[in-house]
Ligand binder design. Structure first.
Ligand code: FDA
Length: 304
């Protein structure tokens, strides 16, 4: 990221919430489960799979974590009722990871059990590096015999190759991504090239261990390398993953060329933190903010 871009990203929290909401609308299915259902149905009709995320990180009380878990149970019921080709992605902070580990463990266990009963897979998203209990809770679920759960590894982290090796005997189902959280250089690669190189190395190691990998990137260079790495594998041995609202045309191309492609579909009324992360990655951020500023100065313009 260029210095100018970093400065813009630091400004983002100062941008009014209404502006953030408008700019980030393409990344979010909507406020309600019905919005998510409709979005997934459209994606499925295009031959794309989905993973549904209930927005709601940084919960402050047990009741909020319980509400997120209830929302997941409703999402699972909807996926089953509508026969959607979708699984769910769960952030453990939304289930109370930073509040009460036992509460998080028990809410996660019930969500995973409910999903298992319906034949639905659960992906545990990976958050910032202080969430170290994520891998522990994942291992506990595998030890308890849950086969419908997978994890995320981030190629920006220096530990990722070691994690791949540690987990290898479990043949984990892994989503591999670059990682969005800002981490210190003591634990994370800071440069573009190093993060890409670690991605390629981690993907190679995961495939070598026979793991099912969700290759989660919109980076064309990495997509090309990954396509080379998965060539020769069966269609059911890997998938590509992208975020709602990001490079949908490229996603369509991947589907057209015979690859499984899953879209991450977040919904809910706690959209703010997720939206900031997506905006900070949008290369068009400067232009979007400039346009938003003009529209604010000249009220009424651009409201179509
Ligand atoms: P990069 O950011 O370099 O983007 C490549 C290109 O994609 C850009 O040049 C641009 O064209 C386009 N692009 C990317 N983001 C855009 C945006 N917001 N708006 C418009 N265009 C954009 N991270 C994490 O830490 N834990 C997790 O659990 C997950 N989960 C996850 C699931 C899925 C399905 C995906 C695709 C990604 C994640 N991530 C994640 C996020 C991931 O770590 C990473 O931050 C983003 O995918 C962006 O990295 P890229 O590899 O796409 O490259």
């Amino acid at each position: 990221m260029r210095v100018a871009d970093r400065a813009l990203v630091r400004l983002l929290p100062a941008v009014p919430r209404a502006v953030v909401q408008r700019l980030s609308a393409p990344y979010i299915a909507g406020a309600t489960l019905d919005d998510a259902r409709r979005t997934v149905a459209v994606l499925n009709a295009e031959g794309k799979l989905a993973t549904v995320d209930v927005l709601g990180e940084e919960v402050r009380q047990a009741s909020e974590a319980e509400a997120v878990a209830r929302a997941y149970h409703s999402a699972l019921a909807a996926i089953a009722a509508d026969h959607l080709d979708a699984n769910v992605s769960v952030k453990l902070t939304a289930l109370g990871l930073e509040l009460d580990l036992d509460l998080c463990r028990s809410l996660l266990a019930t969500v995973v059990a409910d999903a298992a009963a319906r034949g639905i897979f659960v992906r545990i998203d990976m958050e910032h590096s202080a969430c170290t209990d994520t891998l522990r809770l994942y291992r506990e679920l595998l030890d308890a015999g849950r086969g419908n759960v997978g994890i995320v590894l981030q190629s920006c982290l220096r530990r990722t190759i070691a994690d791949v090796d540690d987990l290898a005997d479990l043949r984990p189902n892994v989503r591999l991504c670059k990682g969005i959280y800002v981490e210190p250089s003591s634990i994370a690669y800071q440069g573009h090239d190093a993060i890409r190189a670690n991605f390629v190395q981690a993907l190679g190691a995961l495939l070598e261990h026979g793991c099912y990998v969700g290759v989660a990137t919109h980076d064309e260079w990495l997509l090309e390398r990954s396509l080379e790495q998965v060539s020769g594998l069966g269609r059911d041995e890997y998938e590509f993953q992208m975020l709602l609202g990001v490079r949908p045309g490229r996603a369509t191309e991947l589907v057209a060329t015979g690859h499984r492609l899953r879209v991450y579909v977040p919904y809910g009324d706690r959209w703010y933190e997720y939206s900031l992360r997506r905006l900070q990655e949008n290369p068009a951020l400067a232009g979007m903010l400039a346009k938003a500023a003009v529209l604010r100065i000249v009220p009424g313009r651009g409201k179509t």
